[in-house]
Design a protein around this ligand. Structure first.
Ligand code: TYD
Ligand code: MG
Length: 456
């Protein structure tokens, strides 16, 4: 009988078995066996010990470095998140939920690169060449210049890469490619890992910059792309809600740049458009009603004003609902607990809904204070003290009810001032309207904090 070409290796203890099993015989863990290609000539490998020569370690100060060259994608926001453009020979993973615009973004980038005279290649395992063309037609002339291959077999893709030697290649998506030796379905952990590492070897050998597109479910739970994070140079996450038009692109890992950068895009009928005046749009839409506060946030090195809205309503449910959009759920739980314990705003028996307007996601502790003010305003039905003068806020809320400073206070306040928000409630030492505790911040925002009837 032919020897199987694959083995199943436990991702927890490393035990290997020829066949898949639900429980690892080595460590008794469930669902940890992952299919891998059998290593070639495993038995003869011990003979290499005598042949290998010791490497000579060098002090880092003697290592030569050249400035990293960059290929501009022609999309300013994308270049910025990448740290100045695509690095030749690098491997980028672009993750995001289906329909968010990954194919659109990569199509546009390749179109611009092709227009700038770069050799490009778009490999699609999801769509036929005709479907890709339909999209490219919406994106303008540049996108139509990109050579495409619709293929799902990784060996064919690699042979194509070696024959074409593009400078930049997009694989859309890594979950649709499959290696023939592995029996697992495309998209399984073993397949994704094998496909990506094979592509990486070719890419590094020929200095091809590769963008691997990967789907991530809302929970980020899908095995696929997450297992690649350690392998690639750069992990980009494309987020937003499909029904909304705004999208944020964020770097979660970047060997050639900062991970704090983020870009904002809007999906239009002609593709993704960079949103450079995001603050102006979000503030312009702010309602200034009770339960609405402008958050002076930082998106990487850039300040961004967004409106945080809260609704507090009596609940029939036990436990009551906590629905949050664009913020971390656990952070909301913390803010609600501190509001109840240290600021006298209890919402224990009410449903609380908090939303960052526009569908952007804010991932920083500086959002706490704005959330707290929005919830307090909604719970009390109290408008801000000077409703004609809209209010902004930022700051982290500590567990004892104190306000803690966050990064770049002066840039946040400047950005708020730029859009006419003169009152910015902020932690001590930040400039602006300073408050030491959440209670003081509530007082600053709502005046004496006296309860007014909700209907008023
Ligand atoms: P797509 O890039 O295919 O998403 P992904 O590859 O992440 O799954 O496109 C997502 C959506 O964007 C799709 O529903 C259609 C819409 N769209 C536009 O609104 N305008 C456009 O110009 C294009 C190309 C797509
Ligand atoms: Mg797609």
């Amino acid at each position: 009988m032919a020897r199987p070409t694959t083995i199943h290796v436990c991702s927890a203890c490393g035990h290997s078995t020829p066949r898949w099993q639900g429980k690892c015989p080595g460590c008794d863990a469930w669902n940890t066996l992952v299919e891998e290609a059998r290593p070639a000539a495993a038995s003869g490998s011990s003979g290499r010990a005598g042949v290998a020569r010791a490497a000579r370690p060098r002090p880092l100060s003697e290592v030569d470095t050249a400035p990293v060259p960059r290929l501009s994608t022609g999309i300013g926001e994308l270049d910025r998140v990448l740290g100045g453009g695509i690095v030749p020979g690098s491997l980028v993973l672009l993750g995001g939920s289906p329909g968010i615009g990954k194919s659109t973004l990569t199509n546009m980038a390749l179109g611009n690169l092709a227009g700038a005279g770069r050799r490009t290649l778009y490999v699609s395992g999801e769509e036929s060449a005709a479907q890709i063309k339909l999209r490219a037609e919406r994106l303008g002339a540049g996108a139509l210049a990109v050579p495409v291959v619709a293929e799902t077999d990784v060996d064919t893709v690699i042979a194509t890469l070696e024959a074409e030697r593009p400078e930049v290649c997009v694989i859309d998506s890594v979950q649709t490619l499959h290696a023939a030796e592995l029996t697992g379905a495309p998209g399984s952990v073993g397949q994704v890992r094998e496909v990506a590492s094979r592509i990486m070897r070719v890419a590094k050998a020929h200095a091809i910059a590769v963008v691997l597109v990967g789907h991530v479910t809302k929970e980020g739970s899908l095995a696929g792309p997450r297992v690649l994070e350690h392998l690639v140079d750069c992990v980009l996450q494309f987020e937003g809600e499909r029904e909304r038009t705004y999208r944020t692109l964020r770097a979660l890992k970047n060997r050639f740049g900062s991970t704090s950068e983020a870009g904002v895009f809007e999906m239009r009928s002609g593709g993704l458009v960079e949103v450079l005046d995001a603050s102006a749009r979000f503030v312009g839409e702010a309602t200034r009603a009770p339960g609405s506060v402008v958050l002076a946030a930082m998106e990487g090195s850039r300040p961004l004003l967004v409106e945080v809205q809260a609704l507090v309503s009596p609940s029939e449910l036990v436990p009551p609902r906590r629905v949050v959009n664009g913020l971390d759920r656990n952070r909301l739980a913390l803010v609600l607990a501190v509001l109840g314990r240290h600021a006298g705003v209890g919402v224990g028996t009410a449903d609380v809904f908090v939303n960052v307007v526009g569908g952007v996601r804010i991932d920083e502790p500086g959002a706490d204070l704005a959330v707290a003010l929005a919830v307090a305003g909604a719970a009390r039905g109290v408008a801000l003290e000077q409703p004609d003068r809209p209010l902004a806020a930022f700051g982290e809320v500590g567990l004892t009810g104190e306000l803690r400073s966050v990064g770049h206070p002066e840039r946040r306040i400047e950005e708020a001032a730029k859009f006419g928000l003169r009152t910015v409630v902020a932690p001590p030492g930040s400039g602006g309207l300073e408050a030491r505790t959440l209670r003081e911040a509530l007082k600053a925002a709502f005046g004496g904090g006296e309860r007014r009837p909700r209907a008023a």
